[in-house]
Design a protein around this ligand. Structure first.
Ligand code: GLY
Length: 558
């Protein structure tokens, strides 16, 4: 197919980590993409140049990353897509669901203690995947190019292979022993070494069926049968009935006003959008305390941590799947509530953790951002949960299954892999969606997209986006500087802990001053996020891929 030759040509030209273009009109932009790898970026560009819109490009990029970015790109997981199309905002929830046989205590032993790794590794860790249905729904509503044409680039890379990056094989080494011990992961990914070519023949065939038959193959057809056979071999819970009843859901996005902009972001079952809106709202209310405070100074980190611990306290108690629990979304974002929460911040000393109650009463995932020349935008975050998900590969179909069940609260108050706790609102129930932190977001100015942004990072997703928005708008940084600047994270528990990243730790004297104040500073083993962002300012389009990883950003007038 001609497409497959074009892909080769595209990859022959040099790809850059960030792109900038001046375009004359405010409403007709260049196309832009910020993708976690060069394959996703090349495919998005090609689809836009072929006349596709931002949603077409998103569908093709998502399928491509399911091949070239198997640590998080997926068809065996789920995600969220925030869309701006013809002047209107949309949100698509294609999060995984708990299988019908799942139950509240399924990860507890006879003494009601959480069994190590059961919600993380192996077939019982998987929720019912949503990605194929989600991409289909997005395409049905907004797509302009034929579905099969958008799956073809992924088939090309699965059939002909892609070059494994050094970072990909590092991830693999970290997980090697755990996954090898109890899954078939190594049969499929064991040969993956830096700079070698990984061919995925079974996956190519699966994608071929999806290209021809759409989601019916994945949820009712041959792929469904292979998936269920794998579950039966490995003691997993997902049945044909679970697959047949899976639906992706169009939801109202969270839309809030912030400093002259409109933030458009993820509603429940994500905590990410509400949390991001709360973070921005609280910081705005505390603006006088930030005045003259240098970015990432001791006082700055303290104030941000005070804000973050209150947001995480709300997250633990109130947020869950809105089909199962009543989420007090409006109350959590009410100006009076944010005023009250801001007034509780201790601007000088660390608030006592136990006193921060809910106020009303590497980890991996991946994100890409796309803008088309008509100003439509897609902000998409999707995931298998941790790198390479549960480690279980569906034999005969060649794709990895998620370990998203760990995002439920296995037991009230016991932290999950991201160290976050939850209570009843996020307990396991059949058919329920597990609480997420993913926050694919847009900022609008005068009803036009100004910023398309998102990142992986589990519970650090919304604090990372918060810091980049803050760097851009409150500290007037360029997009590239705002994304590259050091990030840190606090999430209420562990008590008084500030997480830093290897990429850009806080200055040594700031670390010392924060330690003297009573904080416990920890440099975690992975970086804080992999932001993919596009910014449009008066017709000037910029795109930036986070220098923390191997992403590629491009701007291309067409
Ligand atoms: N699995 C990470 C998240 O959804 O937040």
């Amino acid at each position: 197919m001609i497409y497959r030759h074009i892909v080769g040509l595209l990859l022959a030209v040099s790809l850059v980590g960030c792109g900038v273009a001046e375009v004359p009109s405010k409403t007709v932009h260049a196309g832009a993409v910020a993708s976690p790898d060069k394959y996703g970026a090349a495919v998005a560009e090609q689809v836009l140049r072929n006349g596709g819109n931002a949603v077409d490009a998103a569908v093709a990029t998502a399928f491509t990353l399911a091949v070239t970015y198997p640590e998080a790109g997926n068809i065996g997981g789920g995600g969220f897509m925030t869309i701006w199309f013809d002047g209107k905002a949309y949100f698509l929830d294609y999060r995984e669901t708990a299988p019908a046989a799942a139950h509240r205590d399924m990860y507890l032993d006879e003494n009601k203690q959480v069994i190590d790794n059961l919600s993380l590794i192996g077939a019982q860790a998987s929720g019912v995947p949503g990605t194929v249905m989600g991409l289909w729904e997005a395409h049905q509503k907004f797509g302009s190019l034929p579905w099969g044409e958008l799956v073809n680039p992924a088939i090309h890379y699965a059939e002909n292979g892609f070059k494994v990056s050094a970072k990909q094989s590092i991830y693999r080494e970290n997980l090697f022993e755990k996954l090898a011990a109890s899954t078939n992961f190594m049969d499929y990914f064991g040969t993956m070494e830096a700079n070698t070519t990984l061919v995925q023949t079974e996956l190519a065939t699966t994608l071929g069926r999806i290209a021809t038959h759409g989601p019916s193959d994945f949820y009712q057809g041959e792929t469904a049968a292979l998936l269920v056979a794998q579950m039966e071999r490995d003691g997993g819970l997902i049945t044909l009935e679970d697959l047949g009843s899976y639906t992706a859901v169009w939801r109202e996005p969270v839309i809030t006003d912030w400093q002259g902009y409109q933030l458009v972001t993820a509603p429940p079952p994500s905590s990410g959008g509400i949390a991001l809106a709360q973070l921005l709202g609280l910081k705005q209310r505390l603006a006088s305390h930030f005045e003259g405070t240098a970015l990432n100074s001791t006082q700055y980190v303290h104030l941000m941590a005070e804000i973050e611990k209150r947001v995480f306290a709300d997250r633990a108690d109130y947020l869950g799947d809105p089909s199962f629990v009543t989420v007090p979304q409006a109350k959590l974002l009410e100006p009076a509530y944010l005023d009250q929460r801001a007034s509780e911040v201790n601007t000088q000393n660390i608030s006592v953790t136990a006193d921060v109650k809910p106020g009303l009463e590497g980890y991996h995932t991946t994100h890409f951002s796309i803008l088309d020349k008509d100003g439509n935008a897609v902000s998409n975050t999707y995931t298998l949960n941790l790198s390479y998900g549960s480690g279980v590969v569906v034999e005969g179909a060649g794709f990895l299954m998620n370990n998203e069940m760990d995002d439920f609260s296995s037991k009230a108050g016991v932290p999950n892999a991201f160290g976050v706790v939850g209570n009843d609102a996020n307990s396991i129930e059949p058919g329920k969606r597990m609480l997420s932190s993913m926050a694919p977001s847009l900022l609008l100015k005068n009803n036009q997209v100004e910023l398309v942004i998102g990142t992986p990072g589990g519970s650090t997703i919304f604090t990372s986006i918060f810091q980049v928005i803050n760097n851009l708008y409150d500290y007037d940084m360029s997009l590239a500087d705002a994304v590259a600047a050091p990030r840190f994270h606090h999430q209420l528990l562990p008590k008084d802990q500030i997480n830093m990243e290897p990429y850009a730790p806080l200055a040594a004297e700031t670390q010392q001053a924060l330690t003297n104040k009573g904080y416990n500073l920890v440099t975690q083993g992975w970086n804080l996020g992999d932001i993919q962002a596009i910014k449009v300012t008066n017709g000037h389009v910029e795109a930036v891929a986070d220098p923390r990883s191997r992403g590629v950003a491009k701007v291309f007038p067409y």
